[in-house]
Unconditional design. Structure first.
Length: 344
Protein backbone atom coordinates (compact mmCIF):
# COMPACT_ATOMS: atom_id res chain seq x y z
CA UNK A 1 0.00 0.00 0.00
CA UNK A 2 1.22 3.56 -0.72
CA UNK A 3 1.72 6.03 2.09
CA UNK A 4 -1.10 5.76 4.60
CA UNK A 5 -3.22 8.83 5.26
CA UNK A 6 -5.50 8.45 8.28
CA UNK A 7 -8.65 10.46 8.91
CA UNK A 8 -9.66 10.11 12.58
CA UNK A 9 -13.23 11.27 13.15
CA UNK A 10 -13.98 12.08 16.81
CA UNK A 11 -17.11 14.21 16.88
CA UNK A 12 -18.19 14.05 20.51
CA UNK A 13 -17.36 15.61 23.87
CA UNK A 14 -14.18 16.98 25.42
CA UNK A 15 -13.38 13.93 27.52
CA UNK A 16 -13.87 11.54 24.59
CA UNK A 17 -11.53 13.62 22.43
CA UNK A 18 -8.86 13.76 25.12
CA UNK A 19 -8.99 9.98 25.48
CA UNK A 20 -8.42 9.63 21.73
CA UNK A 21 -5.41 11.97 21.73
CA UNK A 22 -2.90 9.13 22.04
CA UNK A 23 -4.04 7.53 18.78
CA UNK A 24 -2.14 9.91 16.41
CA UNK A 25 1.07 9.23 18.33
CA UNK A 26 0.63 5.47 18.10
CA UNK A 27 -0.10 5.64 14.36
CA UNK A 28 3.09 7.65 13.79
CA UNK A 29 5.12 5.19 15.85
CA UNK A 30 3.80 2.29 13.77
CA UNK A 31 3.97 4.05 10.38
CA UNK A 32 6.40 7.00 10.71
CA UNK A 33 5.67 8.31 7.21
CA UNK A 34 1.88 8.26 7.55
CA UNK A 35 -0.28 11.37 7.55
CA UNK A 36 -2.78 11.90 10.39
CA UNK A 37 -5.78 14.24 10.15
CA UNK A 38 -8.23 14.81 13.00
CA UNK A 39 -11.84 15.77 12.32
CA UNK A 40 -13.63 17.21 15.36
CA UNK A 41 -16.14 19.85 16.30
CA UNK A 42 -14.86 23.43 16.51
CA UNK A 43 -15.23 23.26 20.30
CA UNK A 44 -12.80 20.39 20.71
CA UNK A 45 -10.33 21.15 17.91
CA UNK A 46 -8.01 23.13 20.27
CA UNK A 47 -7.28 19.89 22.14
CA UNK A 48 -5.23 18.70 19.15
CA UNK A 49 -3.50 22.00 18.42
CA UNK A 50 0.33 21.90 18.51
CA UNK A 51 0.27 18.10 18.61
CA UNK A 52 3.39 17.01 16.71
CA UNK A 53 1.67 13.80 15.62
CA UNK A 54 -1.31 15.56 13.98
CA UNK A 55 -0.69 16.92 10.48
CA UNK A 56 -4.05 18.62 9.99
CA UNK A 57 -7.23 19.42 11.92
CA UNK A 58 -10.59 19.58 10.16
CA UNK A 59 -13.80 20.73 11.83
CA UNK A 60 -17.44 19.98 11.16
CA UNK A 61 -20.10 21.17 13.60
CA UNK A 62 -22.63 18.45 12.82
CA UNK A 63 -24.72 19.28 15.92
CA UNK A 64 -25.15 23.00 15.07
CA UNK A 65 -27.64 23.57 12.23
CA UNK A 66 -26.33 27.11 11.76
CA UNK A 67 -22.72 25.98 11.25
CA UNK A 68 -23.07 22.47 9.88
CA UNK A 69 -21.40 22.07 6.50
CA UNK A 70 -23.66 20.86 3.67
CA UNK A 71 -23.21 17.14 3.15
CA UNK A 72 -21.84 17.24 -0.39
CA UNK A 73 -19.46 20.05 0.50
CA UNK A 74 -18.14 17.83 3.30
CA UNK A 75 -17.78 14.93 0.86
CA UNK A 76 -15.78 17.14 -1.50
CA UNK A 77 -13.47 18.22 1.30
CA UNK A 78 -12.82 14.62 2.30
CA UNK A 79 -12.27 13.58 -1.30
CA UNK A 80 -9.62 16.29 -1.71
CA UNK A 81 -7.87 14.92 1.37
CA UNK A 82 -7.04 11.68 -0.47
CA UNK A 83 -7.31 9.63 2.72
CA UNK A 84 -6.50 5.94 2.66
CA UNK A 85 -8.23 5.16 5.99
CA UNK A 86 -11.18 6.62 7.88
CA UNK A 87 -11.51 5.69 11.55
CA UNK A 88 -14.98 6.56 12.88
CA UNK A 89 -14.45 6.47 16.63
CA UNK A 90 -18.08 7.37 17.34
CA UNK A 91 -20.69 5.68 15.12
CA UNK A 92 -22.50 8.42 13.19
CA UNK A 93 -24.51 8.11 10.00
CA UNK A 94 -23.31 11.43 8.54
CA UNK A 95 -19.66 10.41 8.56
CA UNK A 96 -20.18 6.83 7.46
CA UNK A 97 -21.95 8.09 4.33
CA UNK A 98 -19.48 10.97 3.81
CA UNK A 99 -16.43 8.68 3.97
CA UNK A 100 -18.14 6.23 1.59
CA UNK A 101 -19.11 8.93 -0.93
CA UNK A 102 -15.62 10.45 -0.70
CA UNK A 103 -14.18 7.14 -1.86
CA UNK A 104 -11.94 6.54 1.16
CA UNK A 105 -10.84 2.92 0.53
CA UNK A 106 -10.63 1.62 4.12
CA UNK A 107 -13.40 2.67 6.51
CA UNK A 108 -13.87 1.30 10.03
CA UNK A 109 -16.42 1.98 12.74
CA UNK A 110 -17.43 0.63 16.12
CA UNK A 111 -20.45 -1.58 16.62
CA UNK A 112 -23.12 -2.97 14.33
CA UNK A 113 -25.10 -0.25 12.57
CA UNK A 114 -27.32 -0.58 9.51
CA UNK A 115 -25.78 2.50 7.87
CA UNK A 116 -22.31 0.99 8.33
CA UNK A 117 -23.45 -2.17 6.59
CA UNK A 118 -25.01 -0.14 3.75
CA UNK A 119 -21.80 1.88 3.28
CA UNK A 120 -19.53 -1.19 3.52
CA UNK A 121 -17.88 0.25 6.62
CA UNK A 122 -15.94 -2.46 8.40
CA UNK A 123 -17.64 -3.02 11.75
CA UNK A 124 -15.37 -3.55 14.75
CA UNK A 125 -17.12 -5.08 17.74
CA UNK A 126 -16.10 -4.04 21.24
CA UNK A 127 -17.23 -5.40 24.58
CA UNK A 128 -17.25 -2.54 27.07
CA UNK A 129 -18.54 -4.83 29.78
CA UNK A 130 -15.16 -6.55 29.72
CA UNK A 131 -13.26 -5.59 32.91
CA UNK A 132 -9.78 -4.15 32.82
CA UNK A 133 -10.03 -2.13 29.60
CA UNK A 134 -10.21 1.63 29.50
CA UNK A 135 -12.28 3.76 27.13
CA UNK A 136 -9.04 5.19 25.70
CA UNK A 137 -7.98 1.70 24.69
CA UNK A 138 -11.17 1.18 22.67
CA UNK A 139 -10.19 4.16 20.52
CA UNK A 140 -7.18 2.14 19.37
CA UNK A 141 -9.20 -0.91 18.31
CA UNK A 142 -10.00 0.47 14.87
CA UNK A 143 -6.31 1.03 14.14
CA UNK A 144 -5.42 -2.39 15.52
CA UNK A 145 -7.76 -3.85 12.92
CA UNK A 146 -5.49 -2.49 10.16
CA UNK A 147 -2.19 -3.54 11.71
CA UNK A 148 -1.39 -1.15 14.56
CA UNK A 149 -0.62 -3.96 17.00
CA UNK A 150 0.25 -3.32 20.63
CA UNK A 151 -0.22 0.34 21.54
CA UNK A 152 -0.26 2.72 24.50
CA UNK A 153 -3.61 4.49 25.06
CA UNK A 154 -2.19 7.22 27.33
CA UNK A 155 -3.56 10.58 26.13
CA UNK A 156 -1.43 13.66 25.58
CA UNK A 157 -1.99 17.41 25.21
CA UNK A 158 0.71 19.80 24.07
CA UNK A 159 1.38 23.36 25.21
CA UNK A 160 3.60 25.83 23.39
CA UNK A 161 6.60 27.47 25.03
CA UNK A 162 4.65 30.71 25.43
CA UNK A 163 1.70 28.86 26.92
CA UNK A 164 4.10 27.27 29.40
CA UNK A 165 5.27 30.74 30.43
CA UNK A 166 1.66 31.83 30.89
CA UNK A 167 1.00 28.78 33.09
CA UNK A 168 3.91 29.80 35.32
CA UNK A 169 2.61 33.39 35.49
CA UNK A 170 -0.81 32.16 36.62
CA UNK A 171 0.72 29.89 39.25
CA UNK A 172 2.75 32.76 40.65
CA UNK A 173 -0.31 35.04 40.78
CA UNK A 174 -2.59 32.46 42.41
CA UNK A 175 -0.03 31.41 45.00
CA UNK A 176 0.76 35.06 45.79
CA UNK A 177 4.41 34.33 45.08
CA UNK A 178 4.61 31.60 47.74
CA UNK A 179 6.25 28.59 46.09
CA UNK A 180 5.08 26.32 48.92
CA UNK A 181 1.43 27.24 48.54
CA UNK A 182 -0.48 24.53 46.67
CA UNK A 183 -3.17 25.36 44.11
CA UNK A 184 -6.38 23.32 44.16
CA UNK A 185 -8.91 23.78 41.39
CA UNK A 186 -12.62 23.15 41.87
CA UNK A 187 -14.71 22.50 38.76
CA UNK A 188 -18.31 22.40 39.96
CA UNK A 189 -20.20 21.93 36.68
CA UNK A 190 -20.47 18.96 34.37
CA UNK A 191 -23.27 19.71 31.94
CA UNK A 192 -25.22 16.86 33.55
CA UNK A 193 -22.88 14.38 31.88
CA UNK A 194 -22.01 12.72 35.18
CA UNK A 195 -23.15 12.50 38.83
CA UNK A 196 -22.34 15.74 40.59
CA UNK A 197 -22.93 17.71 43.77
CA UNK A 198 -25.28 20.71 43.88
CA UNK A 199 -23.45 24.08 44.01
CA UNK A 200 -24.00 24.61 47.73
CA UNK A 201 -22.07 21.43 48.53
CA UNK A 202 -19.20 22.56 46.33
CA UNK A 203 -19.29 25.86 48.24
CA UNK A 204 -18.93 23.92 51.51
CA UNK A 205 -15.83 22.18 50.17
CA UNK A 206 -14.40 25.49 48.91
CA UNK A 207 -14.85 27.04 52.37
CA UNK A 208 -13.14 24.08 54.05
CA UNK A 209 -10.14 24.18 51.72
CA UNK A 210 -10.00 27.96 51.78
CA UNK A 211 -9.45 27.85 55.52
CA UNK A 212 -6.06 26.23 54.95
CA UNK A 213 -3.45 28.97 54.54
CA UNK A 214 -1.20 26.55 52.64
CA UNK A 215 -3.76 26.18 49.85
CA UNK A 216 -5.06 28.47 47.14
CA UNK A 217 -8.55 27.52 45.88
CA UNK A 218 -9.26 28.36 42.23
CA UNK A 219 -12.67 28.08 40.54
CA UNK A 220 -12.01 26.71 37.06
CA UNK A 221 -15.57 26.86 35.71
CA UNK A 222 -16.01 29.61 33.09
CA UNK A 223 -19.04 30.76 35.10
CA UNK A 224 -19.01 29.19 38.59
CA UNK A 225 -22.55 28.67 39.93
CA UNK A 226 -23.85 30.58 42.95
CA UNK A 227 -22.92 30.50 45.83
CA UNK A 228 -19.34 29.43 44.94
CA UNK A 229 -18.06 32.88 43.89
CA UNK A 230 -19.20 34.31 47.23
CA UNK A 231 -17.02 31.95 49.29
CA UNK A 232 -14.36 33.96 51.09
CA UNK A 233 -10.85 33.65 49.69
CA UNK A 234 -11.57 31.69 46.52
CA UNK A 235 -9.83 32.81 43.35
CA UNK A 236 -11.93 33.28 40.23
CA UNK A 237 -9.72 33.76 37.15
CA UNK A 238 -10.80 35.98 34.30
CA UNK A 239 -13.36 34.13 32.24
CA UNK A 240 -11.60 31.89 29.73
CA UNK A 241 -11.86 33.05 26.14
CA UNK A 242 -11.93 29.47 24.88
CA UNK A 243 -10.94 25.90 25.56
CA UNK A 244 -7.24 26.54 24.92
CA UNK A 245 -7.14 29.31 27.51
CA UNK A 246 -9.04 27.11 29.96
CA UNK A 247 -6.42 24.40 29.48
CA UNK A 248 -3.79 26.81 30.84
CA UNK A 249 -5.82 27.19 34.05
CA UNK A 250 -5.85 23.41 34.48
CA UNK A 251 -2.13 23.14 33.74
CA UNK A 252 -1.40 25.66 36.52
CA UNK A 253 -2.99 23.50 39.23
CA UNK A 254 -1.46 21.11 41.71
CA UNK A 255 -4.75 19.17 41.83
CA UNK A 256 -8.25 19.33 40.34
CA UNK A 257 -11.45 18.30 42.11
CA UNK A 258 -14.40 17.68 39.79
CA UNK A 259 -17.08 15.31 38.63
CA UNK A 260 -16.15 12.67 36.03
CA UNK A 261 -16.15 15.07 33.11
CA UNK A 262 -13.97 16.71 30.45
CA UNK A 263 -11.75 18.88 32.70
CA UNK A 264 -10.79 15.77 34.67
CA UNK A 265 -9.48 14.16 31.47
CA UNK A 266 -7.67 17.34 30.43
CA UNK A 267 -5.85 17.37 33.77
CA UNK A 268 -5.00 13.68 33.46
CA UNK A 269 -3.43 14.26 30.05
CA UNK A 270 -1.49 17.24 31.44
CA UNK A 271 -0.21 15.18 34.37
CA UNK A 272 -2.22 17.11 36.98
CA UNK A 273 -3.50 14.91 39.87
CA UNK A 274 -7.29 14.59 40.19
CA UNK A 275 -9.90 13.77 42.80
CA UNK A 276 -13.10 12.91 40.96
CA UNK A 277 -16.70 12.06 41.81
CA UNK A 278 -17.71 8.80 40.13
CA UNK A 279 -20.63 6.43 39.75
CA UNK A 280 -20.05 2.66 40.07
CA UNK A 281 -22.52 1.69 37.33
CA UNK A 282 -20.81 -0.40 34.60
CA UNK A 283 -20.99 2.36 31.96
CA UNK A 284 -19.60 5.00 34.34
CA UNK A 285 -17.07 3.16 36.48
CA UNK A 286 -13.55 4.57 37.07
CA UNK A 287 -11.66 1.69 35.45
CA UNK A 288 -13.49 2.48 32.20
CA UNK A 289 -13.64 6.28 32.38
CA UNK A 290 -10.99 7.36 34.88
CA UNK A 291 -8.36 9.95 33.89
CA UNK A 292 -5.10 8.67 32.43
CA UNK A 293 -1.69 10.29 32.69
CA UNK A 294 -1.64 11.73 36.21
CA UNK A 295 -2.32 10.48 39.72
CA UNK A 296 -6.03 10.05 40.32
CA UNK A 297 -8.29 9.30 43.24
CA UNK A 298 -11.84 8.30 42.26
CA UNK A 299 -14.54 8.90 44.86
CA UNK A 300 -17.49 6.48 44.90
CA UNK A 301 -20.64 6.27 47.04
CA UNK A 302 -21.02 3.52 49.59
CA UNK A 303 -22.37 0.28 48.12
CA UNK A 304 -25.40 0.45 50.42
CA UNK A 305 -26.25 3.91 49.12
CA UNK A 306 -26.23 2.76 45.51
CA UNK A 307 -28.33 -0.27 46.43
CA UNK A 308 -30.95 1.57 48.48
CA UNK A 309 -31.00 5.22 47.36
CA UNK A 310 -29.70 5.35 43.79
CA UNK A 311 -32.02 7.47 41.56
CA UNK A 312 -31.32 5.09 38.65
CA UNK A 313 -29.98 7.78 36.35
CA UNK A 314 -26.32 8.72 36.89
CA UNK A 315 -26.88 12.03 35.13
CA UNK A 316 -29.18 13.28 37.91
CA UNK A 317 -27.46 11.68 40.90
CA UNK A 318 -26.16 14.30 43.35
CA UNK A 319 -25.11 11.98 46.20
CA UNK A 320 -27.86 13.27 48.49
CA UNK A 321 -28.35 11.30 51.66
CA UNK A 322 -25.87 9.03 53.36
CA UNK A 323 -23.66 8.39 50.33
CA UNK A 324 -20.33 8.86 52.05
CA UNK A 325 -19.42 11.39 49.33
CA UNK A 326 -19.29 14.59 51.35
CA UNK A 327 -17.00 17.62 51.67
CA UNK A 328 -15.30 16.33 54.81
CA UNK A 329 -14.39 13.04 53.16
CA UNK A 330 -13.14 14.80 50.03
CA UNK A 331 -11.07 17.25 52.04
CA UNK A 332 -9.17 14.33 53.58
CA UNK A 333 -8.77 12.67 50.18
CA UNK A 334 -7.44 15.90 48.66
CA UNK A 335 -4.82 16.41 51.36
CA UNK A 336 -3.74 12.78 51.10
CA UNK A 337 -3.28 12.98 47.33
CA UNK A 338 -1.37 16.27 47.54
CA UNK A 339 1.00 14.65 50.01
CA UNK A 340 1.42 11.43 48.03
CA UNK A 341 1.97 13.26 44.74
CA UNK A 342 4.90 15.10 46.23
CA UNK A 343 3.26 18.50 45.94
CA UNK A 344 3.83 19.27 49.58
Amino acid sequence: MSRRSFLIIRQDRIGDCVLASGLPRELKLRWPDCRVTMMTRSLTAPLFAHNPHVDEILTDDWDDPGRREPFWSLVGRLRRGRFSHALLLLPQKRYAYAAFCAGIPVRLGHGLKLYQTVTFTREIRTRKSRPGRHEADYALDLARAVGLGKADPTPELHLTVEEGREVRRRREAWSAGDENRLIVGLHATSGQSAPNWPPEVWADLAARLGGDEDLAVVLTDPAPPTPLPEVSGVIQPARSVGLRDGMLNFAALDLLVSASTGPMHICGALGVPTVSLFCPLPACRPDLWGPLGGQSSPVLPRAEYCRDQCPGDPHICDYRGDSGVDPAALESRILELLQSSGSS
